[in-house]
Structures are given as C-alpha cells and as structure tokens.
Design a protein around this ligand. Structure first.
Ligand code: SF4
Length: 446
C-alpha cells in the first residue's frame, strides 16, 4: 500500500474522505519522483510485488502522472499498480498511457446513471470501461442503491446497463449517510434517518456498513432496497461469472494486445501477465464444474492454452488440490465460518471537557480541522468560566497525540486581562503546540 494522497475535490455528497478534508486534495507524495521512490523501496523487498496506491483520485494531478510515466518507462520494470480514479481523470489518458504509468487496475465509481456526481464527467463509461478492459486493465466499479429516483425497475434497468460494461469486479452498496457529509446533514435535517438509528448512535454505527438501508426512501421499504442489493450481487455472479476468472480474462486481453508490442516496457508487462494467467489454470476445472458460466470458461481455457501452452507439472499438481480448496470454500460459505475477522470493539469515551463546537456561556466556539491541527474559532465574550472550560477542552484535544491547536479569535471578541491570564496559565505547558491569531480590537488581546 502506498499512501500518496488524501481528500478529493469532487465532493460527492456521501463521501466522508472528501468532506473530512473539506474537499481539497492533500498530496502526501507530491511528485512522480516521490511516488516512484516509494515503489522502488517496495520492489527491493519483492520485485514481483503488486501495489495499491491509496489516493482518492490518483490521476488528478497531471504533472505527477506524467513524471511517474517517464520514470516507469525509463526504469523498464513491469509494474502492477491498482489505483483509485474517476471517469474524469481516466478520460485524460489513453489506456496505453495508463499501463505505461504502471497502472493495470483501477476503481471507477459508476454510482448511478442519474446520480449527477462530478466524478462522472468525461468519456461515456460505456466506452471507457470496455476500452480499459481490452487493454488488460482490470476495473472495479461500484453502483449505489437507494437514490430517491431508483424504483425497483430503475435499479434493474441500471443494473443491466452496468453489467453490460462487464466490470472485472463489481460492488453494490446502499446509499448511506456518514457523519460529516452533506448527505448525513440533509437526512438528519429532513428527519429521514430511521428512528431507531437516529435515537441510538451505537445501533447507527453498527448498521453503517453499506448493506443496511438507513434512510427513508420515497417509494421503497428498507427490506426492498436490501433485496435489490442481493439481487444485484447474484445477477452479477450469474451473468458475468466469478471475478477471479474475469481477472484472468482481462489479463489475457492485455497479453494478446501487447505480447508483440513495439514497446519493450509493454512486452515486459505482457510477460508478467502471462505468469499471472498461468497461475489461474487450476481455476478452470473448478469454474467449469461449479461456476455459473461453464461454456465461457471452456472457451477461455482453450484460448489461453492455445496461446500460452498447457500447464506444467507443478501446475497440474495444484490442479488436484483445486477441488479440495473449492469444497472447503463452499463449506465455509454455507456455514458462515471464517468469513470475517472477529469484531474487536474499542470504545473511546470523550470527557465532558472534550473540545466541541457550541456556546461556553457568552463565548461561541467553532471547531474546524486542518491536516495537522484543530482550528478553534472564538467569538463573543470570554469570561473566567469559559476560559477554564476552553483550556480544558484544548488540553484534552492535545492529550496523547502530537496534534496542534490553532485558536482564531474573531474581531471584537471581548476579554478581560485577568481571564486571558487564566487561559494563558492553564495552557502554558502546551504553549509550543498552541498558536493564537488575535484580533486587532479590543486591545486586551494584544
Ligand atoms: S470521486 Fe470518489 S473520492 Fe472523490 S468525492 Fe466522489 S466518492 Fe469521494
């Protein structure tokens, strides 16, 4: 995993990552050189490692992508990077350029045709996703269920359009409100969060999983939305087959296109794909027996064998174990065993002195967050009690971490010297972590 950036300017109304950082994109690895340096360090550990870049829209920074591509081509090591991207950013590069940047897998949000999110602008997805696949780039695409305009028929219609794109992997999640997002604020304001969740925060957090309909829909019951979600997953599997085979199929598309390419980098990439495809031989036997699309599997297997040759001895031995592994998976799925790690719950209780927005007597406190600091905006009048409570809140926010607090005092905020002295004295031990922007008036602040 490479943590290359945080936040996203597109601001989809349900997206906590985007709204937590108030929409600007924060580059943790600012340049292509920085990014390649981290890639190189991972490859020193394992030259064949596949990497995932965590960055909400990795390709949004053109300078970074351009430089990274130069470095990837210059070094010539065939990479396998999975990255998050938007239709908008992907529309600015050709699939070949994407591969030459080391990226052979992307997550693209499909969301819903009428969702209207900014990340959807660019090439039509009907053109983009099949194009990426035909170059060997796997696509994980996600669709959201539970928009107001989605009746059962609309969902089915969208699902068939979505499946026609043949994404390598598909995700269907229910439109869920996360605190801090505009969607959450809207449903709370409109009283549409289901009552038992609105009244019970613990229950709310337990259900905030993408598989629970939490918001009152204009025409569907929660049960109907959740049933639609199950139908989406089942239809995806029935029509397109297991994702693991879809990956092999996509890599094979890439191999066919680039194994005799004029680019030495892309020929190396095709060799890497061939190795991955050969590892998939044991899958065919199982997929033919248990999978929903045996004819497609037979065809794919024959095509791959004709191009890359039959499996070697080692692979044939693994073939024998494939049925055993499939039977074990079947058992664990059917009996819901070993599916998820056990839940370990850690509750962090905040004291009544926690730094929160609100009124401390006549002092209005507003809290904002920047990457490394908490911003505390003050307005009104500071008195003895609010000075003490404010100091306690700030000390609490600084406890057990290396964060910083920036206090911004609005023009005209009243304070007497003695109360400022109390505040200063209480915060003295953390003075190197607290900065204050003072107003020009009244003069007591100076
Ligand atoms: S494009 Fe993705 S990361 Fe960006 S705001 Fe929308 S959902 Fe969030």
């Amino acid at each position: 995993m490479i943590f290359a950036g945080l936040g996203c300017p597109h601001g989809c109304d349900f997206c906590c990552t985007s709204h937590f950082f108030k929409r600007p994109h924060v580059r943790l690895l600012p340049t292509g050189d920085d990014t390649y340096r981290v890639i190189d360090r991972y490859l020193e550990i394992n030259p064949g490692m596949s990497l995932a870049i965590i960055n909400e829209d990795f390709l949004i920074a053109r300078d970074l992508a351009t430089r990274l591509r130069e470095l990837v081509l210059e070094r010539g090591k065939a990479l396998s990077i999975f990255a998050f991207a938007t239709v908008k950013a992907l529309s600015r590069m050709t699939p070949r350029e994407l591969l030459e940047t080391g990226i052979d897998g992307v997550w693209v949000g499909y969301e819903g045709k009428r969702s209207g999110y900014a990340n959807q602008q660019g090439r039509p997805v009907e053109e983009l996703i099949p194009d990426l696949r035909s170059h060997g780039i796997t696509v994980l695409s996600s669709m959201i269920l539970g928009f107001d305009y989605q009746t059962v028929d609309v969902i089915r219609e969208q699902l068939s359009e979505f499946l026609a794109l043949k994404p390598t992997y598909a995700q269907f999640l229910i439109y869920g409100p996360t605190p801090g997002t505009p969607f959450f604020e809207r449903v709370v304001r409109e009283g549409r969060l289901h009552r038992e969740l609105a009244e019970n925060p613990e229950r709310y957090y337990r259900k905030c999983d993408g598989f629970t309909a939490m918001v009152r829909h204009s025409s569907k019951t929660p049960g109907e939305i959740e049933a639609s979600q199950r139908e989406c997953f089942e239809t995806d599997f029935r029509l397109l087959g297991p994702s693991v085979l879809r990956s092999v199929e996509t890599w094979f598309e890439g191999w066919k296109r680039y194994h005799d390419s004029d680019s030495s980098y892309l020929r190396a990439k095709a060799e890497r794909w061939a190795k991955e495809i050969l590892k998939g031989y044991p899958l065919f036997r199982v997929a033919k027996r248990y999978g929903p699309t045996p004819e497609g599997t037979v065809r794919l297997e024959a095509e791959i064998k004709a191009a890359l040759g039959p499996p070697g001895l080692g692979r044939r031995c693994v073939l024998l174990l494939a049925h055993l592994a499939a039977a074990w998976t079947r058992f664990t799925l059917r009996h819901d065993r070993f599916q998820h790690p056990k839940l370990r719950r850690l509750t962090l209780r905040s004291s009544r002195w926690a730094l929160r927005p609100g009124d401390l007597g006549s002092l209005r406190v507003d809290i904002g967050r920047a990457l490394r600091s908490t911003i505390v905006k003050l307005e009104g009048a500071l008195d003895q009690s609010s000075a003490r409570r404010l100091a306690a809140g700030i000390l609490n926010a600084l406890h057990g971490n290396d964060a910083q607090v920036r206090v911004v005092v609005a023009e005209g905020t009243q304070a007497m010297q003695e109360h400022l002295r109390i505040l200063g004295k209480l915060l003295a031990r953390e003075r190197h972590r607290v900065s204050v922007v003072i107003p020009s008036a009244p003069e007591t602040w100076a």
